[in-house]
Design a binder for this molecule. Structure first.
Ligand SMILES: C[S@@+](CC[C@H](N)C(=O)[O-])C[C@H]1O[C@@H](n2cnc3c(N)ncnc32)[C@H](O)[C@@H]1O
Length: 187
């Protein structure tokens, strides 16, 4: 059976990745104190590069060696090729954490602990929809959030913004419409 690493390497090598940073990150980066950032499942690095360009030193983590190789030798980017199923987030280490279109529930408590006091979490990914025609084309349904799951998972943080809504998604990872949950929270 093909591994996640092989699957994502193939996808990254054969599909042009979106280069525009996550809108939620663009709109809310202002709330984070400049310092250290973590990009969880960074892919080809659109959000890492945006955070770097806005004054952060970024740890960019992804399972795909192909994706990570594109982030080598760039100033203020620390590319880390690792499996987030087992990755340890250092405690009270980050001023900003971005999790964009990736879901590993095991990480939720470590994300909270990984934020410095006042640190900002930006999290957006797909939610399971009762209408199957508007579901993201994700082969493993456990990679879709349940309704309100993201909000409940981070209630120990100060919630600055939360919404779940049907969104037109134009990147290569998505169908025309899907529900996404969008969270901005502060430690
Ligand atoms: C839909 S892409 C999102 C990429 C990026 N966050 C963005 O928004 O452009 C999901 C990413 O998760 C990575 N990924 C999948 N499973 C992983 C795992 N177990 N550990 C680390 N990265 C993983 C893939 O390589 C891919 O880059």
């Amino acid at each position: 059976m093909i591994s996640d690493k092989e699957k994502w390497d193939y996808r990254h090598a054969n599909n042009p990745a979106p280069t525009n940073p996550l809108e939620l990150l663009v709109q809310n980066i202002i709330f984070a104190k400049k310092g250290k950032a973590l990009d969880i499942a960074c892919g080809m690095g659109r959000n890492s590069l945006f955070m770097r360009d806005n004054g952060f030193v970024v740890d960019s983590v992804d399972i795909s060696p192909f994706a990570i190789s594109h982030l080598q030798n760039l100033p203020n980017i620390n590319p880390i090729c690792a499996n987030l199923d087992t990755f340890i987030i250092p405690k009270e280490n980050y001023d900003l954490i971005c999790n964009s279109f990736f879901l590993e529930r095991r990480l939720f408590p470590f994300i909270i602990e990984g934020l410095k006091k006042g640190g900002i979490l930006i999290f957006e990914t797909f939610v399971k929809n009762d209408d199957e025609s508007c579901n993201a084309p994700i082969s493993n349904p456990s990679h879709l959030l349940r309704k309100n799951e993201l909000l409940k998972a981070f209630l120990d943080l100060e919630i600055l913004f939360y919404e779940e809504k049907l969104t037109q998604v134009s990147n290569n990872y998505s169908p025309a419409f899907a529900i996404t949950a969008r969270l901005v929270a502060r430690a």
